[in-house]
Design a protein around this ligand. Structure first.
Ligand code: HEM
Length: 516
């Protein structure tokens, strides 16, 4: 006999013994065993997976309750601690803390490189470009001055957005603002990144297949995040096989590959016709990344690295801005007095809609106190509860006054800062006024506005985001008299899928032309 009964028995029982052995270690011997938390969470990572994948709960939101029960530090996985006190946010994401990103969250299979997924700061010799250098090379493209140069591009897309909405309104349709804003931000980030976009704003009812495809992939992300073996499987096999392996694969897999294909084609087009770089209206990431002088090593990234970076920037830079606009509009549309005040303020710099040359510049918009305050409050409401985990370095660390051992994954969701009652009075009220200067206002509120995170791995799309937010808000408020079309609190319940997902009916609004 090729295999003895004993051998088969050992093969079958070994994984089970390992599993239970691991649980015993996690409970009795793990360096984090003394930290409080749900007992099952400390025993196995399956607790988190069960919450996020099976129950489809927003762990970030549930943690608000868990912190009340267990205190400022909660063990939410055998090797992961979540912090609830806002001061810990500034300790973890401090500019001096060059801690690695955690594999569990950032090891996105299919991305070997890319600004978002680089885990380490130290320049690995094997790679032409480490995360540190990549940031240095790309960041000038995202500076305030560079973004001022592409203001025209953002206005152009905002005008397309307004025109598409006007047409839909003329045919008696209310607007799916989630897809409308995602189309606006997707076209904008693609033009910015590649000097070309897919024309999402031209799609009927803002339902471009790429917008639908990106949305359809979101519910798969908690699965990929919690089960690394599913991640490996997704990319290790050909698409046809993956389709047979994944639950609901018929719907999800083709769209995942569709997104990859579109970006790949864009990149190929630029690489095949370098003269396109000269034609582009502004410097694209490929101008920058293909310029050997920009790199310390004088070696430009290879095709895969360029592809990964393009993909990263498109994903990082589209839904995030759109989701901020959605949350802001949902709150604004329920506050008619605020809407009126904003429109009046806007008219001071944009008195008439008549033709080119009448619209304000970005700098004019930035000078409007109420609009600025509304954007800040929208950013405070950004639906983001995912814990941005970092790995505590070899010497250990002190966070929230407690010693945290080396190797622990530590993190915090942004909503734990933004919903803190200690910092923001009536934190769950959308109240832009809190950002206006006034006698009794709390000092230094800005310190606690952290939608883009902080520290050495903070978002470098801040200036681009702010430019898009100012111009999109101004366009919507100046062009339209908006009113909700039946959207309910229930509809607006979002699901944390690393990015945010709205499983129910999206935010819909009637957008009737405003007085010119
Ligand atoms: C309102 C809009 C946005 C929000 C709220 C936002 C938020 C964030 C946050 C919280 C992080 C840190 C994530 C982490 O630690 O894992 C981040 C990183 C990043 N964001 Fe944004 N983002 C926005 C827009 C953009 C835009 C427009 C871009 C442009 C392409 C962008 C590109 C990136 C990149 C490349 C990173 C990774 C940086 C690194 O790790 O070195 N983001 N963003």
């Amino acid at each position: 006999m090729l295999f003895s009964a004993g051998w088969i028995w050992a093969t079958l029982t070994a994984p089970i013994l390992l599993f239970f052995g691991r649980i015993v270690y996690n409970v009795l011997f793990h360096p984090l065993r003394k930290f409080p938390g749900p007992p099952l969470a400390g025993a196995t990572g399956l607790w988190k997976a069960y919450k996020e994948v099976v129950l489809q709960q927003n762990l970030g939101q549930e943690l608000l309750e868990l912190h009340k029960q267990y205190g400022d530090i909660v063990r939410i996985s055998p090797n992961e601690l979540h912090f609830g006190n806002p001061t810990a946010f500034h300790e973890i994401y401090h500019h001096t803390k060059r801690w690695d990103k955690d594999d569990e969250l950032y090891n996105v299979t299919g991305f070997k490189s890319g600004s978002f997924v680089y885990r380490k700061y130290a320049q690995a010799k094997a790679y032409a470009s480490s995360g540190t250098e990549r940031r240095e090379v790309l960041m000038p493209m995202f500076s305030k001055k560079a973004i001022q140069n592409i203001e025209g591009l953002v206005w152009q897309n905002a005008a397309k957005l307004a025109s598409a909405i006007t047409k839909m309104n003329a045919s008696q349709q209310s607007i799916d603002l989630l897809y409308a804003f995602r189309s606006f931000t997707l076209d904008t980030i693609m033009s910015f990144t590649f000097g070309n976009n897919i024309g999402a704003l031209d799609a009927p009812q803002f339902r471009d297949p790429l917008i639908l495809g990106m949305d359809a992939t979101l519910p798969a992300l908690p699965v990929l995040k919690n089960f690394s073996w599913v991640r490996q499987l997704t990319y290790a096999f050909p698409p046809t096989l993956v389709m047979q392996l994944l639950p609901n694969a018929d719907a999800i897999a083709p769209r995942v590959y569709q997104v990859r294909d579109v970006i790949h084609r864009q990149l190929q087009a630029v690489l095949n016709s370098p003269e396109k770089l000269e034609d582009a209206q502004h410097q694209t990431i490929f101008h920058r990344m293909l310029d050997a002088r920009a790199w310390r090593t004088k070696v430009v990234p290879n095709m895969t690295e360029l592809h990964d970076e393009g993909f990263t920037l498109v994903f990082a830079g589209s839904n995030t801005v759109a989701d901020t606009l959605v949350m802001g509009h949902w709150n604004l549309l329920r506050k008619p007095a605020l809407l009126r005040a904003l429109r009046e303020e806007l008219r001071t710099v944009w008195p008439s809609l008549g033709g080119a040359g009448t619209r304000p510049g970005l700098a004019d918009l930035e000078g409007l106190p109420l609009l600025t305050a509304t954007i800040k409050e929208s950013l405070r409401f950004i639906p983001s509860g995912v814990s941005l985990t970092r790995v505590v370095p070899a010497q250990g660390a002190v966070i929230g006054g407690q010693h945290i051992p080396a190797g622990a994954a530590v993190g915090m969701g942004i909503l734990h800062v933004h919903q803190s009652e200690d910092i923001f009075e009536n934190a769950l009220d959308f109240n832009p006024e809190r950002w206006l200067p006034g006698e009794h206002k709390k000092e230094n509120l800005e310190h606690w506005l952290v939608p883009f995170s902080r520290g050495p791995r903070a978002c470098f799309g801040v200036n681009l985001s702010m430019c898009e937010l100012y111009i999109a808000y101004a366009t919507m408020l100046r062009h339209f008299d908006m009113g909700l079309d039946g959207t309910t609190e229930e509809d607006m319940r979002w699901r944390e899928c690393i990015a945010v997902c709205y499983p129910r009916r999206h935010l819909h609004a009637w957008c009737r032309p405003a007085e010119a």
